[in-house]
Design a protein around this ligand. Structure first.
Ligand SMILES: Cc1ncc(COP(=O)(O)O)c(C=O)c1O
Length: 394
């Protein structure tokens, strides 16, 4: 089946009530299961027979969501977690289990990931080195010299929407024998499927596009082998970082409309980016679909034709922090909330949200100036989005 059909049907599982088949997946909230024969329970608990026994180990609605993600990513299996952070934690730990292991991570990764690696996992004995994934010659040298246990990177950076040359990074992974973990939250399998190009695992915050409706916290790792999935399931079983059943249900429902939402969201992002690029009140638009973007060529090569993601950022000319706060305040339709990827459009001000923990000098060093606002396109009519941006800028 093709991607759009898989999105609608993958992960369906057999379930009948009095001979009838529900058209929606069942939401099975049971925390444990019993069998007619205790011998069956014994065999299930001993892994001698497949089956459900305890919801922290597995439950049908979660397995349905995992099967859908695996199908969309072209993975042999996927393992769902309580959040994107839990998924990243598990995937990193699977690659770098021993104290003293060295992990490379992209220096402009999501702030939560940065803190997890730099504080929590560093305290646990992991050595983390943040690297520039846009400087490929330097990355090649460091991978060859330092031989890290893995490299974790995001395809699209936040908030400046740089697009990493994932093909080139995966090729470097292959030549240096480095497992590559790809956080594809911004791109989703609709834009890119890194496992087919040799990624070791693909991670998503299902809180964003997979869920898509602002009502789920979840994460998932699409694995490159069944063995890797078994390790992650075991980790989840004993750390307890399980995806809730309701969250699995909502995530699976979100996946059903992923293709339609992504098509529309990417088109809306393009409409906003092109309009703002021609607006004299805007100093600069950060969006890989603009011909003048430094990543236009890479994005055109990596993503399906005409799609450049649904995220952008823009710098408001001559605006200081109070002016930007005033702009955010005046938006009527578009909400300022610290998330992205939902069917409704959102803005985020990195200075008070994602990059709050950095000093002004650190932000400037990363090109995150006080007048930059991130925009996550939803599925509304683009004319309404542009009208809202226009009146708030005015
Ligand atoms: C790229 C990326 N990865 C991971 C996460 C963490 O996901 P969650 O909030 O579901 O734990 C986020 C959250 O914003 C993110 O933007």
């Amino acid at each position: 089946m093709r991607f759009d059909t898989l999105a609608v049907h993958a992960g369906e599982f057999p379930f009948t009530i009095d001979g009838a088949h529900p058209t929606a997946p069942p939401l099975v909230p049971a925390s444990s299961y019993w069998y007619e024969s205790v011998d069956d329970l014994d065999r299930v608990l001993g892994d001698a027979q497949p089956g459900y026994s305890y919801a922290r180990y597995a439950s049908p609605t979660v397995v349905g969501f995992e099967a859908a993600v695996a199908a969309l990513e072209g993975a042999p299996a996927a393992v769902a977690f309580a959040s994107g952070m839990a998924a990243i934690h598990a995937a990193v730990r699977a690659c770098a289990p021993s104290p003293g292991a060295v992990l490379f991570a992209s220096q402009d990764c999501y702030g939560g990931t940065f803190t997890l690696l730099n504080n929590t996992l560093t305290q646990e004995g992991l050595t983390v080195r943040f690297v520039d994934v846009f400087d490929l010659p330097a990355l090649a040298r460091r991978l060859a010299e330092e031989r890290p246990a893995a490299l974790l990177l995001e395809v699209v950076s936040n908030p400046l929407e740089r697009v990493a040359d994932l093909e080139a990074v995966l090729a470097l992974g292959k030549t240096t024998g480095t497992p590559i973990l790809v956080d594809s939250t911004f791109t989703t399998p609709y834009l890119i499927r890194p496992l087919s190009q040799g990624a070791t695992a693909v991670i998503h915050s299902a809180t964003k596009y997979l869920g898509g409706h602002g009502d789920v916290t979840g994460g998932v790792v699409a694995c490159s082998s069944e063995e890797q999935a078994a390790g992650l399931r075991n980790w989840r079983k004993y750390t307890g970082a399980v995806l809730g059943v309701m969250e699995a249900y909502l995530s699976l429902r979100g996946v059903r409309t992923l293709s339609l939402r992504m098509t529309r969201q990417c088109a809306n992002a393009a409409a906003v980016a092109h309009t703002l690029a021609g607006d004299r009140r805007i100093e600069r638009v950060y969006y890989p679909g603009l011909a003048e973007s430094p990543d236009y060529a890479v994005a055109s090569r990596l993503f399906p034709e005409g799609l450049f993601g649904a995220m952008l950022a823009f710098a408001i000319r001559d605006a200081d922090k109070p002016a930007v706060m005033g702009f955010l305040e005046r938006l009527e339709l578009i909400r300022a909330a610290p998330t992205m990827g939902d069917c409704f459009s959102l803005v985020l001000y990195p200075v008070i949200a994602s990059h709050r923990g950095l000093t002004p000098a650190e932000r400037r060093e990363r090109g995150i100036h006080d007048n930059i606002v991130r925009f996550s396109a939803g599925i509304e009519d683009p004319a309404d989005l542009l009208a809202d941006l226009d009146q708030a800028l005015a």
